[in-house]
Design a binder for this molecule. Structure first.
Ligand code: 3HC
Length: 290
């Protein structure tokens, strides 16, 4: 099926990145957020990211302007009624996501494909709430979406092969690489990443090394672009806690259980870059303090 118009629900860090990537690939993109403050924050993210890409010489000013012009944002889900594909990137709360899809199901024609960008929740639970479980899949982008090359296409038990093929082609058109995963908590990447990050926190709790030395070890010893604590601060400790909780619920394996330090840091509001403090401290510009 031909995809021309893309709807994105949620204009946060992931939603704004996903919407931008789709607009850069030439799609008309409609975004829905809950209020004007969240919309303004989303535009700030898009403008900042496009400016970086132009500054790096990877896109002309005119192309960036054209991409932005292909995007529009508002507060009504009804505006997404004529989209061929909808990607949901709202809070990682099952009931919030299910409600969004139930509303969209009544608004969109049967042919519209629905996708969730969830990193941990079962796709099938959302799919069966709609009248299109065969045209429902996971489409999992990575942060920062304009930079990261991978997108996981999640084939739930109810998803048709045709939907998966349409999404693979769509991801390729975005200039990214699709991989197909079954609908199991964490899919491919988070299934490997989350226990590793939680293990890094346990290593810190056990006093094996400082956060800085663990990060340095991973960057220089494994050539990762970020160490686990830099990445935890970058993606948000609340996100990792939530994902760990979902994983433990699904697998009941101790290595999937969020360590006490993570739970306490989230309780203290030390969520990482977004609050200025996580495993490291950050200034107003998001630069790490020495
Ligand atoms: N938009 C556009 N361009 C961006 C950008 C953004 N938001 N963020 C970074 N860039 C560009 C920079 O402009 C720069 O471009 P250049 O090489 O042409 O100059 C390039 O990316 C590198 O950025 P920086 O020089 O500022 O800094 P780094 O080299 O440290 O790269 C990074 C930043 C790309 C974030 C890199 O550190 C990285 O890849 N980190 C790992 C990220 C990662 O693992 N993400 C996955 C998280 S897990 C996830 O998302 C799953 C979820 O379910 C939790």
């Amino acid at each position: 099926m031909a995809i021309e118009r893309v709807g994105v629900v949620g204009f946060g860090a992931m939603g704004s990145g996903i919407a931008q990537v789709c607009a850069q690939a030439g799609y008309a993109v409609r975004v829905r957020e809950v209020d004007q403050t969240a919309i303004d924050r989303g535009w700030k993210g898009v403008d900042g990211s496009l400016a970086r890409i132009v500054k790096a010489g990877k896109m002309t000013e005119a192309d960036a302007k054209a991409a932005r012009g292909r995007m529009s944002a508002g507060t009504s889900l009804g505006d997404l009624g004529d989209c061929d594909l909808i990607i949901e990137a709202v809070l990682e709360v099952a009931d919030v996501k299910r409600k969004v899809f139930e509303e969209l199901d009544a608004i969109c024609p049967p042919a519209t494909i629905f996708c969730s960008n969830t990193s941990s929740l079962p796709i099938v639970d959302m799919a069966i709430r709609t009248k299109r479980p065969d045209r429902f899949a996971g489409l999992h982008f990575f942060n920062p979406a304009p930079v990261m090359q991978l997108v996981e296409v999640v084939h739930a038990l109810t998803t048709s092969d045709e939907t998966v093929e349409t999404l693979r082609a769509f991801v390729a058109k975005l200039g990214k690489t699709p991989v197909v995963s079954k609908d199991v908590a964490g899919f491919i990447v988070n299934r490997l990443l989350v226990p590793y990050m939680l293990d890094a926190i346990r290593a810190l709790e056990q006093g094996i090394a400082s956060a800085d030395d663990i990060d340095t070890a991973v960057k220089l010893g494994l050539r990762h672009p970020m160490g686990p604590f830099e990445l935890l601060d970058y993606t948000g400790l609340d996100i990792s806690l939530h994902v760990g909780e979902v994983f433990f619920e699904e697998f009941k394996e101790p290595r999937m259980a969020p360590p006490p330090l993570l739970r306490r840091m989230v309780a203290a509001g030390h969520l990482g870059r977004k609050t200025g403090k996580g495993f490291y401290e950050y200034d107003e510009k998001g630069q790490r303090r020495p």
